[in-house]
Design a protein around this ligand. Structure first.
Ligand SMILES: [Zn+2]
Length: 142
C-alpha cells in the first residue's frame, strides 16, 4: 500500500495495523508479538525472501532480522528517534483535530524524504550502469 494513499490513514489505528501481521513469524513466548509490533506503530510488510520485515506506518522506517526477545518499542525508538508517532504521549483517539493535522504534516515529510531518497538511489544506479557501458564501449574501441 502506498503511504500517500488515503486508505493509509487507517494505519493510525492499532487494530488495522494488527491485521497486517498475518503470517508474522513470532507469536508465542517472545517480545515481538504481533500485538507489541502493532502497538509500537509497525505494520507487516513482508517480501518473498524476508517474512519478517516490518515498517513504521508513520516514519516508514523498515526493520528486519527480528529476534524473539526484541522489544518493538525500544527497537523503533533506537532506529528512528525522530519518529513522532513512537514518542506520542496520547492515544491517537485522544488527539485534537489540530494535533492530528500537525502529525499528518510530519508524516508527509517522512514520505517525501523517503521517495526523494529512492529517486536519488535509482538515478545513481542508472548512472553507474551507463558509466560502465561507456567505459566498455571506449575500451572496445581501443
Ligand atoms: Zn516510526
Amino acid at each position: 500500500m502506498e503511504p500517500f494513499n488515503e486508505e493509509y490513514i487507517k494505519m493510525y489505528f492499532y487494530e488495522n495495523r494488527l491485521k497486517t501481521f498475518e503470517g508474522w513469524p513470532f507469536d508465542e513466548d517472545c517480545t515481538c508479538t504481533p500485538e507489541n509490533m502493532a502497538k509500537a506503530g509497525f505494520i507487516h510488510t513482508p517480501s518473498e525472501n524476508s517474512p519478517d520485515i516490518a515498517m513504521c506506518f508513520f516514519c516508514l522506517k523498515e526493520l528486519e532480522g527480528w529476534e524473539p526477545e526484541d522489544d518493538p518499542e525500544k527497537e523503533h525508538k533506537s532506529h528512528s528517534s525522530s519518529c513522532h508517532f513512537i514518542s506520542l504521549k496520547k492515544k491517537v483517539e485522544e488527539l485534537t483535530v489540530e494535533e492530528f493535522f500537525k502529525l499528518q504534516k510530519e508524516r508527509h515529510k517522512f514520505i517525501i524524504n523517503k521517495s526523494c531518497n529512492e529517486a536519488i538511489t535509482k538515478f545513481e544506479d542508472a548512472a553507474k550502469l551507463r558509466r560502465a557501458e561507456i567505459i566498455k564501449t571506449a575500451m572496445g574501441e581501443e
